[in-house]
Design a protein around this ligand. Structure first.
Ligand SMILES: Nc1ncnc2c1ncn2[C@@H]1O[C@H](COP(=O)(O)OP(=O)(O)OP(=O)(O)O)[C@@H](O)[C@H]1O
Length: 511
């Protein structure tokens, strides 16, 4: 892609330079040839130049958007990998939707800046320098005025950018957090439709929406008013130059002077305002890069000793530190071996799932050993490869039932034989699209799909966290029985606050 990007930027640079040349060429030719005395040949050249400028503009749009598709997808996927690699605590604190919203903002600002704006700034600077050079040989005083204008613009924007960067960061953070909060309230259609009055829900939604639009409005007031002040200053300079030209011109050169400066000044100030408008996208671009540094600095450390199997687990737990404020106390001392089925029982909120999350390296308590090795020293990818954790909340995606199963090769699987899917496939096909928030399937079906997905992994340890809580007792027992039959020799943890039939386990960890 880097090679492709270089090639793309080269083409875009050529097109933008051509665009600037075609823009500058017409006024220069007109001022040399004099409009009144154009012959057929000169008129044709001017027409061709204008036509060329249209073709160059259209090619720019086409090239940019064609490239943007692949560029945006690649950038999104790169940032998505950083998102997956984030530390769990940061993920919980920031919120996944918030981070994804910011990733989308990054992709958009990279697109604006990297696929044209960066080159356009360059070409505007060249245009300004060329015009300054032309004016230097035409009128030294106007040259000084234009040079001073450029310096005032550069100095002002330097100052404005410092403030803007700060405000743009605040706006990006507030708006992505705000939309995350709104989505969390409205994402469940069952909840929305079960409300008799929307006053409370509306009040809940109004606060984050107000935060979002307030931050955008604050940013815009500052950005637009400062840009406007500079634009106004530039406009005054533009008028003063024309008045000055009229004042200093003699009768003989007044026409050519007016023609030259009428054409040159809009181009000069146009290029200056191009830089101004791109300035905003540059600020967004820099803010986005800071966000990428944030993602990189909060990466989870997965490094550690490589293991390829787990056949014994020692849990000698006194406490698990979840974060600076939350610490959960335990009194566990268990030696678990291959083939054991352990029921982790305890009241709600006592810390059952926290043990499961510690086993896959999300939390890092002391005194858990796998094959005699301290779990905190083991490579986290290996841990997650060898331990299948099926969480309490089934993750269901807005795609087909088949896609939800994340099966590598569907042709090898006989779905009707699958004890989990059989009952679902009586009423639904594998092509059935699962709607947003999985509103068109039942709670039990969600759990069966999540189970069927996880059971494909060829892991050594299986952790079932209340995985049948939405399924009737008889079906739930059938499912557990089938899982145990299929998981010969694995270590299985069954987390449940419900009573469990004693045929399903041979050890208990009670919290
Ligand atoms: N990321 C977190 N940040 C702060 N507190 C947390 C976090 N995760 C869990 N907790 C708290 O830790 C405690 C134990 O949570 P855990 O999910 O392990 O309980 P549990 O026994 O599995 O509960 P349940 O049966 O209701 O699922 C709870 O008080 C919970 O609020």
């Amino acid at each position: 892609m880097k090679k492709n990007y270089k090639k793309f930027i080269l083409i875009i640079a050529i097109l933008i330079i051509l665009q600037s040349i075609t823009m500058l060429l017409v006024p220069i030719l007109l001022s040399i040839w004099q409009v009144k005395a154009l012959n057929k040949y000169q008129f044709t050249i001017i027409l061709i130049t204008l036509l060329l400028s249209v073709i160059v503009n259209l090619s720019l749009i086409y090239k940019r958007e064609k490239f943007a598709k692949d560029y945006n997808v690649l950038n999104f996927m790169n940032l998505f990998s950083k998102f997956i690699d984030l530390d769990y605590k940061v993920l919980v604190k920031e919120g996944s939707t918030n981070i994804i919203e910011r990733i989308i903002m990054c992709v958009n600002s990279w697109y604006s800046y990297m696929t044209g704006d960066n080159v356009r700034i360059f070409s505007s600077i060249i245009t300004i320098l060329l015009i300054l050079l032309m004016v230097l040989f035409t009128n030294f005083y106007v040259f000084l005025i234009l040079l001073l204008t450029v310096l005032i613009n550069v100095y002002s924007y330097r100052h404005i950018n410092k403030v803007l960067k700060h405000r743009s960061k605040y706006m990006q953070e507030t708006s992505s957090k705000g939309w995350q909060n709104v989505l969390s309230i409205i994402k469940n259609p069952d909840f929305i439709k079960s409300q008799s009055s929307f006053t409370k829900v509306k009040n809940l939604v109004k606060k984050p929406v107000l935060d979002v639009y307030s931050s955008i409005s604050d940013l815009n007031i500052y950005a637009q008013s400062t840009s406007n002040l500079i634009d106004s200053f530039n406009n005054i300079v533009k008028i003063l130059i024309m008045v000055f030209i009229l004042f200093i011109s003699s009768d003989s050169n007044i026409k050519s002077n007016i023609l030259f400066f009428t054409i040159i000044t809009p181009l000069f100030f146009g290029s200056l305002s191009t830089i101004t408008s791109i300035n905003l996208s540059k600020v967004d671009f820099n803010t986005s890069n800071d966000f990428i540094s944030f993602l990189d600095n909060n990466k989870e450390n997965k490094e550690g000793i490589k293991i390829d199997k787990i056949d014994k687990i020692k849990i000698k737990l006194n406490s698990i530190k979840i974060n600076a404020d939350v610490n959960i106390d335990y009194n566990i001392n268990e030696n678990i071996k291959k083939g054991d089925i352990v029921w982790i029982k305890g009241k709600s909120g006592k810390g059952k799932s926290t043990i499961a999350k510690s086993l896959i390296g999300i939390f890092e308590p002391e005194n858990i050993y796998l094959n005699g090795i301290d779990i905190n020293k083991i490579n986290k990818n290996d841990l997650r490869n060898l331990i299948s954790y099926i969480p309490q909340e089934a993750s269901i995606f807005n795609t087909s039932l088949l896609n939800n199963l994340l099966i590598d090769d569907p042709s090898k699987i006989k779905f009707t034989d699958n004890f989990l899917l059989r009952s679902i496939l009586k009423y639904k096909s594998l092509d059935q699209e699962i709607s947003d928030n999985a509103s068109n399937i039942s709670g039990g079906e969600k759990q069966k799909i999540a189970l069927a997905r996880a059971l494909q992994d060829n892991s050594n340890v299986l952790i079932l966290d209340e995985v049948t809580s939405n399924i009737d007792k008889k079906s739930s027992n059938d499912i557990l029985e089938s899982i145990i039959k299929l998981s010969n020799d694995k270590i299985i943890f069954i987390i449940s606050h419900d009573n469990l039939d004693n045929k399903f386990y041979n050890r208990i960890i009670e919290i």
